[in-house]
Write a protein that binds this ligand. Structure first.
Ligand code: NOJ
Length: 535
């Protein structure tokens, strides 16, 4: 019997509720829509769903601006719908992870409205970061918000409040015990309703220090913190070492307390995954020490080039760093904040990388639509809704491209997603990507994902560590190949544009594209492709 916790090597499917399935024709996905498609999700072979926020929200940042963390936005349904979703997921043996947003509230949350009214010096303002202007009237420091523009907004009486994101997302003051108590209430609320875990938004941001200190390159830092801004890998990493507002020691005390709260629910195995993009990478391991959280996202594969040395380094570093705290890594190729992997590195490469990653130890996250091989949606500026686009005034188009609703069926847009007008337009060119079409095509990306996830469960979950077989870092002559073995499976990825021979034993059980031939006792791996062999 497998005594390993359910989350340890789980495949977790991220659903952006607004874009998944619309049950009431208003053009936006909703909770009953998700419930109606749970058989599809289950048949993919995943273990859990992570739901991006569905709480009441003015929706200035896609629901990450929460006006009430203990309710459901009427656009998505109501609490009964949430209960039903959880019950139906559990019936199918799928766990449910809720996305919690402790770094900030919406400016429409009753606390912030009360703080505006109560004025300077009040206990209501103590729940946020309100400061006086500098003597020349400028904001307290020069930080630039991650969405562009100043990190400070002035209120009527002259004080400024801090917001690392949009001005509608005032940062909470976690030095105030009231904030802690309110979040514990929220955690209990959702656990009592049945959720199995939490994804913690901006988990590394809760404690602020040096709030009055300027940064030497605030614009560079803001760009480096955005996954949609392309930047040289080394330059990004150097800037990320200088973030003054993330990853302060105090955050760990919060998570140690939360861990006690989770563990107090005996027999529930409540887990939490931290969105903590911290530098140097070793710092991420602090979030998954035995008495803290269960997983921390690894962001490297969201930006890494399709290059064998880069990928080797990312994988090796993540596995070995996590091992120092007895944890396993997490892997993600796409999410709602970054360009879709098929657009970023190419569709064949995206399939190859997915198959490469599904063999690795640890948990793997799949962003809804990734299994279909969806590219980013092509949008006009007039369609865009992301505050990043509006606030940055720069070349960045923001994150809407990755959030275009899913195409389900039929030949014309919006492909069964909704009976109404989808909140972002779905291009007619997505006809071949519908779930219906891909289910009918055994060579589709969807079938590749389903088959691979089934084989992963059968042979790889719990198979222990990996042994590298081919990598130029290990002296292989062929730098186009990256290969490892785990348990009874050997995984070989050919990153180049031509077929490559590889000395690998075993029977081919899956390939991401093309045909694997045999020549002179060697296997010939197709260009831009990954194959698994069973030994
Ligand atoms: C990270 C979330 O993934 C992103 O979508 C959001 O805009 C920021 N945190 C702010 O909550």
């Amino acid at each position: 019997m497998n005594s390993s916790p359910w989350w340890k090597e789980a495949t977790i499917y991220q659903i952006y509720p607004r874009s998944f399935f619309d049950s009431n024709g208003d053009g936006e996905g909703d909770l009953p829509g998700i419930t109606s498609q749970l058989d599809y999700v289950k048949n993919l072979g995943v273990d859990a769903i992570w739901l991006s926020p569905f709480y009441p929200s003015p929706n200035k940042d896609g629901g990450y601006d929460v006006a009430n963390p203990r309710d459901v936005d009427p656009r998505f349904g109501n609490l009964e719908d949430a209960k039903e979703l959880i019950a139906q997921a559990h019936k199918r043996d799928l766990r449910v992870i809720a996305d919690i947003v402790p770094n900030h509230f919406s400016d429409q949350h009753e606390w912030f409205q009360a703080a505006l009214k109560a004025g300077r010096g009040s206990k209501e303002r103590e729940r946020f970061h309100f400061y006086e202007a500098n003597t020349d009237g400028t904001p307290p420091n020069n930080w630039i918000s991650i969405f562009g523009g100043p990190s400070w907004t002035q209120v009527e009486d002259g004080q400024f409040y801090l917001h690392l994101f949009d001005s509608s997302q005032p940062d909470l003051n976690w030095e105030n015990p009231e904030v802690n108590a309110d979040f514990e209430k929220t955690l209990r609320f959702w656990i009592d309703l049945g959720v199995d875990g939490f994804r913690i938004d901006v988990a590394h941001g809760l404690i602020k220090e040096d709030v009055l200190t300027n940064h030497p390159d605030p614009q560079g830092l803001s760009d480096a913190l955005r996954l949609d801004v392309a930047m040289d890998f080394e330059k990004r990493n150097a800037l990320l070492l200088t973030v003054p507002f993330f990853d302060r020691q105090g955050v760990h005390e919060i998570y140690r307390n939360w861990r006690k709260l989770f563990d107090s629910y005996e027999g529930r195995d409540i887990m939490a995954v931290a969105e903590a993009w911290v530098h140097p990478p070793v710092n991420a391991t602090r979030y998954v020490r035995a008495d803290e959280l269960h997983q921390v996202f690894n962001f490297d594969l969201l930006t890494a080039a399709f290059n064998s040395d880069v990928l080797f380094d990312v994988v090796e570093q993540s596995i070995s760093l996590n091992a120092t705290v007895n944890a396993l890594p997490t892997w993600a190729l796409s999410n709602h904040d970054s360009p879709r992997v098929a657009s970023r590195i190419g569709d064949e490469q995206a399939r190859a990388l997915a198959l490469f990653v599904f063999g690795l130890p640890g948990s793997t996250y799949v962003f809804a639509g990734q299994e279909l091989g969806l590219p980013d949606g092509q949008l006009q500026d007039s369609d865009r809704q992301d505050p990043m686009f509006f606030r940055s005034n720069g070349p960045s188009k923001g994150r809407d491209g990755a959030r275009v609703p899913l195409p389900w069926s039929g030949d014309t847009t919006p492909f069964g997603f909704s009976n109404g007008k989808p909140w972002l337009p779905i291009s007619q060119s997505w006809r071949d990507f519908t779930v219906e079409n891909e289910l009918a095509d055994p060579k589709s990306s969807l079938h590749l994902y389903k088959n691979a996830l089934e084989l992963r469960k059968e042979f790889l979950v719990g198979a222990g560590g990996l042994t590298w077989l081919e990598s130029s870092r290990h002296g292989s002559k062929e730098d186009a190949l990256l290969s490892y073995s785990r348990g009874v499976i050997t995984v070989v990825m050919n990153l180049s544009d031509s077929a490559k021979e590889c000395d690998v034993a075993g029977k081919l059980i899956i390939v991401s594209g093309g045909t694997v031939d045999a020549r002179d006792g060697k296997k010939v791996i197709p260009a831009r492709s990954t194959a698994w062999f069973l030994t």
